[in-house]
Ligand binder design. Structure first.
Ligand code: 13P
Ligand code: SF4
Length: 312
């Protein structure tokens, strides 16, 4: 294939020939979202990965998402268009220091955000996503001591929402930390009717002024059901593609990022490493394949299954 249309056609054909399912996150480029079999947030994607009867799972997302699909589905082939599509948040929790942290607090249970490596999942008691974190934490006894990792912004937000005092790991997502508060306030002055909504990986100063805080799926649902006509949206800009499809008549403005950010809005360069060409090659060659050592996989599956159990 040479043209965009030829790539799209070839990907759809290969998917069918190989009985492959294409799962894409809302932060993927528009073309990839449009030809995916399912587009979703981290919780939706992990549920789909658990349900599929395809032979191959092509994950148009980042490494920890493909790894999660493999943990759930060890007999299936899981492929990722670019093996270097990592995640700054997952990187902010390296296995060695995290192990020491957990061992230093043996009376705490470990509730870990799905944005982490398989090794970190293997050291955790329950996995959560931004869609189910509040409910999962609320389901635990009030006096339960909890480590919440790896995102300190999400952790602080969850402490406020649940009235807990969880011990937080000091990690963050560089995309959600890039929003410029002064620019958001200026933008809001220029668009006074716009509601400001944000993802909970954003900093507290951003979340404090938001009318609504939620995961990508919850932000989409909010905009669909809320009565306002304009929104300033503080999460990775790829979500605007699906959001605009759901509310074609509404005005959506991406929240501005700080000067030193690589683009005016916040784009995750890891998510954007997946391209149509790489997706085509990945399906054609069935590589790069994601594998998880069996010992780690078995341990990492336990807290993921607890998450599914607690968020039915
Ligand atoms: P959700 O889509 O689950 O809200 O996750 C956001 C994110 O940053 C994924 O990397
Ligand atoms: Fe990781 Fe942030 Fe990119 Fe999501 S947006 S993949 S949390 S770096």
């Amino acid at each position: 294939p040479k043209t965009r249309a030829e790539y799209l056609e070839a990907i759809v054909r290969l998917k069918k020939e190989k009985n492959a399912v294409l799962l894409a996150h809302y932060y993927q480029e528009a073309d990839i979202q449009d030809i995916a079999d399912f587009v979703g947030d981290s919780l939706g994607l992990s549920r789909k990965a658990a349900e599929t009867d395809a032979d191959i799972i092509v994950f148009a997302g980042v490494h920890f998402m493909a790894e999660t699909a493999k943990i759930i589905n060890p007999t299936k082939k899981v492929i990722l268009p670019d093996v270097n599509a990592g995640c700054s948040l997952a990187e902010s929790a390296p296995a060695g220091p995290f192990k020491a942290f957990v061992e230093a607090h043996p009376d705490h249970i470990v509730v870990t955000y799905i944005n982490c490596t398989a090794e970190i999942k293997a050291m955790s008691d329950i996995i959560c996503t931004s869609s189910n974190a509040v409910d999962i934490i609320n389901s635990l006894p009030k006096d339960q001591k909890i480590i919440c990792a790896p995102d300190r912004n999400l952790g602080e937000y969850l402490n406020q929402q649940t009235g807990r005092d969880m011990l937080l790991w000091d990690g963050a997502c560089m995309v959600h930390e890039a929003f410029a508060m002064d620019k958001i306030l200026d933008l809001h002055k220029d668009n006074p009717k716009a509601k400001f909504i944000a993802h909970p990986e954003s900093e507290q100063q951003v979340l404090r002024v938001a009318s609504f805080v939620g995961s990508t799926e919850k932000l989409l649902h909010f905009v669909e059901t809320d009565e306002a006509e304009e929104y300033i949206v503080a999460t990775e800009a790829g979500i605007l593609h699906e959001m605009q499809k759901r509310v074609p008549h509404k005005t959506l403005i991406p929240a501005p990022a700080k000067e030193d950010n690589t683009c005016a809005c916040s784009e995750c360069h890891f998510m954007k490493m997946n391209t149509l060409e790489k997706l085509y090659l990945c399906l054609k060659n069935e590589t790069p394949e994601i594998d998880v050592p069996e010992e780690i996989r078995k341990k990492a599956l336990v807290p993921l299954e607890r998450m599914f159990e607690l968020s039915k």
